[in-house]
Design a protein around this ligand. Sequence first.
Ligand SMILES: Nc1nc2c(ncn2[C@@H]2O[C@H](COP(=O)(O)OP(=O)(O)OP(=O)(O)O)[C@@H](O)[C@H]2O)c(=O)[nH]1
Ligand SMILES: [Mg+2]
Length: 469
Amino acid sequence: MIWTRATRIRILGRMNVHTYDTKDIIYALATAWGTAPIAVIRISGQGCVEALKPLFSRPEALGASASHTVLHGDLIDPKYKNPIDEVLVTVFRDGRGYTGEESVEISCHGSIPGIESIFAQLKDVGMRPASPGEFTFRAFMHGRMDLTRAEAVMEIVSSQSRLSHSLALGRLEGNLFSLIEEIKQQVLQVVSMVELQLDYAEDEIADDVAFPFEALEEAKRRIDALLSTYEMGKLYGEGARVVLAGATNAGKSTLFNLLLREERSIVSEVHGTTRDFIESKTVLDGIPVRLYDTAGLRESSDAIEMEGIRRTRKLLSEADLILLMLDGTEHDDTSVSQYRHLLEDPRCILVWNKTDLTTKPPAKGSYPLSAKRGEGFATLRDEMVRRLTKETDRPDGQALVIESSRQRDELKHASDALVRAVALAREELPMDIVAVELAEALHALGSLTGEVASDDILERIFSRFCVGK
Ligand SMILES: Nc1nc2c(ncn2[C@@H]2O[C@H](COP(=O)(O)OP(=O)(O)OP(=O)(O)O)[C@@H](O)[C@H]2O)c(=O)[nH]1
Ligand SMILES: [Mg+2]
């Protein structure tokens, strides 16, 4: 092996990024906009307790309050001294609480006009409305959480099923962070060995110093194992689009209602009952599903119906799964071929409906169903889940699964760099060249947790948050 003295690998420290100004005092409604018994307004920033004092009926008590105490009192309009709302104020002193800054949470009544007048007062004392994700951004900037946890916060808030909620909760608890740290340590050990070699002149190192291929390959295996969970994580996190399509009167709306367990769509014996598509959410075995009932496909001269059919085709192009429904009393193996373009689509399941009305054998490969009686429904449902999960196992709530495309990209980046590092080392190329690839892998892993983070990355993450989080 040829050892040369060369540039050392430098692991970048956290860059100072200020997408948002962290000096201001910010406020936002942490609960949903709307009428509710209680609403919570979050305030964060140095000096926020002092700034709130003129608006609170018990300014001295507020000023003297310890961290994590709750005060009962009125918010008042300082100009006219009239109460705006009766509230509970929770105080978090510097270094505590969600953002790691001095912060306050006001629990007030959930009335929109009431909240608006509180906001007006907060603005008057020099606070400003928070941008999306700004509280979590501050928590990240103050080292309260790394990026995998920050993303988990958003994934929890937006989770659509209990399973995706519990998977995201695992990431919030730091499971993903710990695994990435372990892999990073593994790569770092190789890096320090390489650095050591680079520090010595060629003659000081014996040729027989073994390059730790096994350690790098092991790190790559662990990264790849995590990468392979992405499709599953995305499915359970974001969910899938399932479109019911087929000829008019085939029973699409009947099946739609059966899947939703409610009478959502109008069912009638009239052909062309459903003219526009109907969308509804449901959960299939932990998978959040957006289900679409569509206008039946047929030749029509009716402009509205044609528009409905055009929309059906658009939905079909975006679907993850298509249930092509045919009326079994009207079809046989040959007539089915008119739907060839759909049947050849790997996303398509052929549903052979109204089996209660006919003794004809169902078409080859189809799923016989009586949507009216529910016969065959369980088998069809299982097949839908099987197709959606592409035979991957359903994760248990404790599994470590990623669902962020950003995390997938960084892992892929790290994995590719490790592959190159191993290949270069096998070719016995100079260690400083190998070192560059190792640095790249470390950089990608560091970006994943936010140890190194550019404005772009932070923007990509926090801009997707809602205001108040
Ligand atoms: N016997 C029997 N009737 C069914 C079955 N499924 C649906 N039907 C009836 O078939 C008719 C059409 O059902 P829909 O669910 O409205 O059919 P669709 O495909 O939504 O029809 P369009 O909206 O017009 O495209 C209704 O009278 C249903 O009650 C079934 O499995 N067996
Ligand atoms: Mg219908």
